[in-house]
Ligand binder design. Sequence first.
Ligand SMILES: [Zn+2]
Length: 321
Amino acid sequence: MATTLLTKNTNTIKPDPNEPALTPPVLEKQTTFARKPKIAGAPKSRKRDIPEGLWTKCPKCEAMVFDKELDDNLKVCPKCQHHFPIGARERIHSLVETCSFEETNAEMTSVDVLGFTGPVTYASKLAAYQKSTTLKEAVVTGFGMIGAHKVGLGVMDFEFLGGSMGSVVGEKITRLIEHATKKILPVIILSTSGGARMYEGMFSLMQMAKTSAALAYLAKLRLPYISVLTHPTTAGVMASFASLGDLILAEPGAMIGFAGPRVIKDTTQAELPPGFQTAEFLLDHGLIDAIVPRKEMKGRLGEYLDYLTARLGNGNVPASV
Ligand SMILES: [Zn+2]
């Protein structure tokens, strides 16, 4: 699986943890107060009672949810159970036993192989997202314990360039599967993606075949692969490793599909049924096996692994090999 030419291990781009705070420019003629003057005895305004950044409005039930409450609840609305996006590291933390996760290929970063030019260069996009997410790429891979099971775990992050799959995402996932195949371990991948990464053109599309081929080798050893689809999982990722699970799970309300609904509507010239491309719709139509709420995910994955690895003999060697 040779796309190593497209990848390199580098420490050159690092988020600067000591970035100085921005100082606003001094106005020559100050016509307004920088701060609202305090007036003794004045009633507190409502705005002051709700400081910005501490509350998030739920897009589904429109309730204002206290951010700390949302964090404690794994980014699930406590009122209506709407699943907000969650970062890769936070998700891994919610799934594996404490301190059991060992990341693999953590330093692998993308290269602008096509010399992509546009309003913004690919290199500057990468640098900006590495800084804003503190991730090197749109997937984090490694090995960890879920209950009593050691697993190869890949978790995508939509915040990094829409979870798009370029050479590095494809390579990290392929290496994860290959390592798991060598170690005789199950693989779990939690996907969220807008599809292939346009900045890498055909090299992105090649990752679909590469990841699928790696999974075929895992399947030859009859090692389990669980794919978990989270909001949204679409296009090239859905058309490759995300839809190849022995078990395919999804989070409630996740949008899952290949092309977007507008494209399908225009192509088929037909009205789309209600709930089209949601996890619930796809469960009813047999594409996925179960919908698992985020808070139950760790326990349910442990149960599924109990079943799927029961036939593995001592030392995890598959009985059939
Ligand atoms: Zn809600």
